[in-house]
Design a protein around this ligand. Sequence first.
Ligand SMILES: [Zn+2]
Ligand SMILES: [Zn+2]
Length: 79
Amino acid sequence: MICKHEEKIPIHCEEEMKYKQKGNFRKIDVLVCENCKEEIPMPKHCGVPMLYVDEDYYPVYDLNENEILEMKKAYEGES
Ligand SMILES: [Zn+2]
Ligand SMILES: [Zn+2]
């Protein structure tokens, strides 16, 4: 999200995990295995959750410095 570092989607049960948003009040990004319903939190990088991208969902968006600071603050202290 911040530094453009990319990682492959984790594999579970021999298939790529699917991106999903959970929760009503505050959305949480998770990765879900469609086979066994295992959920893992979105991997983090630079202290903020990584952004899920694929061919269908590709939000190209550059954050400015203030937005990066705000985002780091928002996720600070979260386990
Ligand atoms: Zn699985
Ligand atoms: Zn990073």
